[in-house]
Design a protein around this ligand. Structure first.
Ligand code: SF4
Length: 700
């Protein structure tokens, strides 16, 4: 710790963790980041940070940082040894080309992440398609908010939250379904409390009584995986009681008749049985939401991490559309993105089916435009490839034999871990770029030491759709390099350096602006200077004199006719339901002290101390029946595996449900147990529901 007099510089930047992207200063002394201070001038967090943000700086100088390249020189069983940059990059380039000559270009895959800047996300998609020449490029956002993307695109035509977070202050009712706001997006709760102080009602639907659920006017402890039934049931009540907005439906939407006919089949009594709720509570929630002048719906992974995740999001949008809750202060629907750049990362063209600016890799006009910016022939632009979750079976089939991974830790984050491990171990060449030796990097043939957010500059798009900028505070340690420089260097060694002649993150940003010009997520009018002047700019921002667009859908939705789309969504149960052998439901999620796979936060002393290992949250009635006491070791099993962790006996979870946080690796990974079944459209796994059983392993 340094006294204030010893601080050389305060570098304005943002937290590297969740999608809220709170403003902070990094304190720099003697060329090292030594502390953090919240920014009172940033209009979202107003001088607040959560426990993760307050300690984020501790990853920068952490003794576990990778400071030189590592390589296995004598096969899979040999140790990772120190190597030079020339040796590792030349080896990667040579082996990629050898494998591609033998098995085709698509035998190499690129697997990236959404906690990177827009510049890096953009670069990875271009690197895959132009430098490597493979169609298999995807990212860990596939596991995160891709269901919300599908719902936004199907219902509203634009994949972004409809409102800035400050719109909470204008809402009469906020309905949170499947979002643990207090733990996953902590700073946004201050808006919730301010809204509550102004009389705003709060409805929370969640199988666990999360911190905000404890204060809700109506708490709906629904059974995991029954979200669409609940939302259809609420719309049923709203229709019956004449609470729909007929003018809005007529003038601004299509397809209402079919949806109205479908929700007729979801009376509260039927829905109550499906969801495990009281019918009166469903009616009360519907009245509260339907009678509000301005209401907001927020969803997150609880609703989206399901094999029906897209459908669930669509039913939430149906509810908001039927009540005319769009395009006004305090009225809207949005997903709360969990990853720092969950929003920007899904726009920049690193996805299997997408070019930058959310353009379609199969659309001739989009292809022609991006090829013109990149200066390549359209025939050289690969078509769509496998999403991240389908790369694993392709690796097992040896259709994919090499993988370049950055900013991802699938050995914690993908479901059915034993299968994932077999797939990654079986690769002919597995390269990981990271700043710590993650559980996944441990399996790599080559590990490239990359940079953390404080060592580079670049933009990130927050969960509001606000583009903000990280500023560089220090250099990477030892021989570690800034990520985009590593990727450009490798592109040169693959013979494609002319397309990666970038000298700064700004150069990359300027090219990506061009790629998004005229697209729905238009960054053309956003510059680094404008971000600094305005404290962030909301897309779309089509010209440099445009102020940006905090609230969407004030006049038009994102379809050519300007109208939103209703879709009738029948309730379909989750892929696995409890039975005699597996009588409980296992669900997973985050805790306030950890971020994603925990690769950073499990190394942060305070956060590690607060949540050092996973636990099994179990209701006291279920625990008593199974003779489990608080703190006993419990073995939880599913059809894919088992794990043992201490019991946390509570009253704040449904008696038929178990919860285990997902931030841990190796034998502590709950994803050894989760179901890899995928949502059919966007291929997100069903992390939130699988059948499980629990037995006491030993007493405390
Ligand atoms: Fe960081 Fe999110 Fe916490 Fe803000 S709320 S400090 S962005 S983790």
């Amino acid at each position: 710790w340094k006294s204030e007099e010893q601080i050389d510089r305060y570098v304005p930047t943002h937290c590297c963790y969740c999608g809220v992207q709170c403003g902070m200063y990094l304190k720099v002394a003697n060329g090292k980041v030594v502390g953090v201070e919240p920014r009172a001038d940033f209009p979202l967090n107003h001088g607040m940070l959560c426990p993760k943000g307050s300690t984020a700086y501790q990853t920068v100088n952490h003794p576990d940082r990778l400071t030189y390249p590592l390589m296995r020189r004598n096969g899979k069983d040999s140790p990772l040894e120190r190597a030079s940059w020339d040796e590792v990059l030349d080896t990667i380039a040579r082996r990629f080309r050898e494998l591609q000559a033998q098995y085709g270009n698509d035998t190499v895959s690129i697997y990236s992440g959404s906690s990177m800047t827009n510049e890096k996300c953009y670069l990875m998609g271009k690197f895959a398609r132009v430098a490597v020449g493979t169609r298999h490029t995807d990212y860990n956002g596939r596991l995160c908010m891709s269901s919300a993307t599908g719902a936004n695109e199907r219902s509203l035509g634009i994949d972004r939250a409809a409102n800035p977070i400050s719109d909470m202050l204008h809402a009469d009712c906020i309905f949170v379904i499947g979002a643990n706001v207090g733990e996953c997006f902590p700073i946004t709760t201050s808006y919730l409390w301010q809204a509550r102080d102004r009389g705003c009602k709060l409805i929370v639907a969640d199988p666990r009584q999360t911190p905000i659920a404890r204060t809700a006017d109506v708490y709906l402890p629904l059974r995991s995986g029954t979200d669409s039934a609940l939302l259809n049931g609420m719309l049923h009540v709203i229709v019956k009681e004449g609470l729909i907005d007929e003018d809005f439906i007529r003038e601004r939407t299509n397809g209402w008749e079919e949806t109205m006919a479908l929700v007729e089949q979801y009376p509260p009594e039927r829905v109550a049985k499906v969801c495990g709720l009281r019918p009166e509570a469903i009616v009360e929630a519907a009245h509260m939401y339907g009678r509000a002048n301005a209401a907001l719906i927020y969803t997150a992974r609880g609703l989206e991490h399901q094999s029906k995740g897209v459908d669930n999001g669509v039913t939430a949008a149906n509810l908001a559309l039927a009540t005319g809750n769009f395009g006004r202060p305090g009225a809207g629907y949005g997903t709360l993105t969990g990853q720092g750049n969950g929003q920007g990362g899904r726009e920049m063209g690193q996805k299997a089916s997408q070019l930058p600016g959310e353009r379609d890799v199969e659309d001739p006009e989009d292809r022609a435009y991006i090829c013109s910016v990149w200066g390549i022939d359209e025939k050289d632009l690969p078509h769509s490839g496998y999403p991240a979750t389908l790369m694993i079976p392709a690796m097992l089939r040896q259709e994919i034999r090499a993988c370049f991974m950055i900013c991802s830790n699938p050995m914690v984050s993908l479901p059915d871990q034993h299968t994932v491990e077999r797939a990654l171990r079986g690769l002919d060449l597995f390269v990981v770029t990271d700043f710590f030796l993650s559980e996944t990097a441990e399996l790599a043939d080559i590990v490239l030491p990359g940079s953390v957010w404080a060592e580079d500059e670049g933009t990130v798009t927050s969960l509001e759709g606000r583009v903000i900028k990280y500023n560089k505070a220090v250099e990477p340690p030892g021989e570690a390099r800034v990520d985009w420089e590593i990727v450009c260097d490798l592109a040169r060694r693959l013979g494609k350096g002319q397309y990666f002649d970038f000298h700064s993150a700004r150069d990359i940003f300027n090219e990506l602006r061009k790629c998004t010009k005229g697209a729905k997520s238009d960054y053309w009018g956003i510059t680094y200077e404008k971000i600094a002047e305005q404290n962030g700019v909301f897309w779309p921002c089509p010209s440099e004199d445009h102020p940006g667009t905090p609230r969407l859908y004030e006049k038009r939705f994102g379809f050519p006719d300007g109208k939103a789309r209703f879709h009738p969504i029948p309730y379909i149960p989750p892929a696995e339901e409890p039975n005699a052998e597996y009588p409980l439901v296992l669900t997973t999620g985050r805790v306030i002290y950890h971020y994603l796979s925990g690769n950073q936060t499990r190394r942060t002393p305070f956060l590690k101390e607060m949540a050092p290992y996973p636990w099994v949250e179990i209701h006291e009635l279920t625990a008593a029946r199974l003779e489990i006491n608080d703190g006993d070791w419990v073995t939880v099993s599913t059809r894919r595996g088992e794990m043992t962790a201490p019991a946390l006996v509570v009253r704040s979870i449904r008696p038929d449900t178990l919860f285990i946080p997902y931030h841990y690796g190796h034998t502590q990974a709950v994803n050894q147990l989760t179901n890899p079944v995928l949502e059919p459209m966007l291929k997100i796994p069903e992390y939130k529901v699988c059948a499980a059983k629990a037995v006491r392993a030993s007493q405390r």
